[in-house]
Design a binder for this molecule. Structure first.
Ligand code: NAD
Length: 272
C-alpha cells in the first residue's frame, strides 16, 4: 500500500474555482497531502460540497469546507478569507485558479466580454493573492509546518506565451499573470513568500469541452501536443501539491509549464 504523503499536514490552502476541473483536482491533491482546504465556488455549490466531502471522509486527508465567493468582487474575496481563517486559524497556501473564457474575434468583442475575462482571470487573482499575502505577513513564520511564510500559485496557461487569435481577452489576462506573479516574487521573496505559476496546456475540463468531446476534435488537438495525449486535471493537481510543499522550497518567481510539450512548437516537427 502506498504510504500517505503528509508534506502539507497542518497547513491550510485556499483554492479559487475549486468546484470543477483543475481546481477540484488541486483541492483533492492538497487534501490528500494533509492540507485543510477551502474550496471556493461561485456557481456550483453541490460540486464544491462533494469535493469537500471526499476530503473530509478520508482520514489521511486534512479537513475541507466549501465557501461561495465571486473572485472578481472585492468584498466576497475578503469575506471568504475571513471565513477560512475563522475555520482553520490561518492560510498557508493560496491557489488562484478560477478562470473563464468569453471568446470573440477582436473586432466583434464587446467591452463586457473583455472586462469579464480580465475581472475574473486577472483582477480575481490579484484580489485573492493580496488577501493571502496580508494574512501571511500578519501571522508570521510557522516553522513547524513550512520553511516559507506562505505559498502562492497562480493558474496561468500556455497562452501566457502562445498568442491566441479569437481569444485576445483570455491571452491578455494570462500574459498579465506573468508580471503579477514575478513582481510579487520580487517584492515578497525577502519575507520568505514563494510565488509561482503553473501554466497548463490542454487539460480535459469543462472550459474547453469543444476541443476534446469528439474524436475529430481530439485528433486535431493532439497535433498541438508532442506527447500525444490531452492532459487530465490530476496532471496539474500533483504539480500544485509538490509546488506548495517544502520539496520545492527554492523555486520562486517561476512558471512551470505542464503541457505535454505544447510550448515546444510542434508545428516545426517536420521542418516547419
Ligand atoms: P473549469 O471551467 O472547470 O474551472 C474554472 C472554475 O472557475 C470553475 O469552477 C468556475 O465556476 C470558476 N469561476 C469562474 N468564474 C468565477 C468567479 N467569478 N468566481 C469564482 N469562481 C469562478 O476550467 P479549468 O480548466 O479547470 O480552469 C481552471 C483554470 O485553469 C483557469 O484559470 C483556466 O484559465 C486555467 N487553464 C485551463 C486549461 C485547460 O485546458 N483546461 C489550460 C490552461 C489554463
Amino acid at each position: 500500500m502506498q504510504k500517505p504523503n503528509e508534506r502539507l499536514k497542518g497547513q491550510t490552502a485556499i483554492v479559487t474555482g475549486g468546484s470543477s476541473g483543475i481546481g477540484a483536482a488541486v483541492s483533492l491533491a492538497l487534501g490528500k497531502d494533509g492540507a485543510n482546504v477551502i474550496i471556493n465556488y461561485n456557481s456550483h455549490k453541490e460540486e464544491a460540497e462533494q469535493i469537500s466531502e471526499e476530503i473530509n471522509k478520508d482520514s489521511i486527508c486534512g479537513k475541507a469546507i466549501a465557501v461561495k465567493a465571486d473572485v472578481s468582487v472585492e468584498k466576497d474575496v475578503i469575506a471568504m478569507f475571513k471565513t477560512g481563517i475563522e475555520e482553520f486559524g490561518t492560510i498557508d497556501i493560496c491557489i488562484a485558479n478560477a478562470g473563464l473564457q468569453q471568446d470573440a474575434a477582436l473586432h466583434e468583442m464587446t467591452l463586457k466580454q473583455w472586462q469579464t475575462v480580465i475581472d475574473v482571470n486577472l483582477t480575481g487573482q490579484f484580489l485573492a493573492v493580496r488577501e493571502a499575502i496580508k494574512e501571511f505577513m500578519k501571522r508570521g513564520m510557522r516553522p513547524e509546518v513550512s520553511k516559507s511564510l506562505g505559498k502562492i500559485i497562480h493558474m496561468s496557461s500556455v497562452h501566457q506565451i502562445i498568442p491566441w487569435a479569437g481569444h485576445a481577452n483570455y491571452a491578455a489576462s494570462k500574459g498579465g499573470i506573468v508580471m503579477l506573479m514575478e513582481s510579487i516574487c520580487q517584492e515578497y521573496a525577502p519575507f520568505k513568500i514563494r510565488c509561482n505559476s503553473i501554466a497548463p496546456g490542454a487539460i480535459r475540463t469543462p472550459i474547453n469541452r469543444e476541443a476534446w468531446e469528439t474524436e475529430m476534435a481530439l485528433e486535431k488537438l493532439n497535433k498541438l501536443i508532442p506527447y500525444k495525449r490531452i492532459g487530465i486535471p490530476e496532471d496539474i493537481g500533483s504539480v500544485a501539491a509538490w509546488l506548495s510543499s517544502d520539496e520545492s522550497e527554492y523555486i520562486n518567481g517561476t512558471t512551470i509549464f505542464v503541457d505535454g510539450g505544447m510550448t515546444c512548437y510542434p508545428g516545426f516537427t517536420t521542418n516547419g
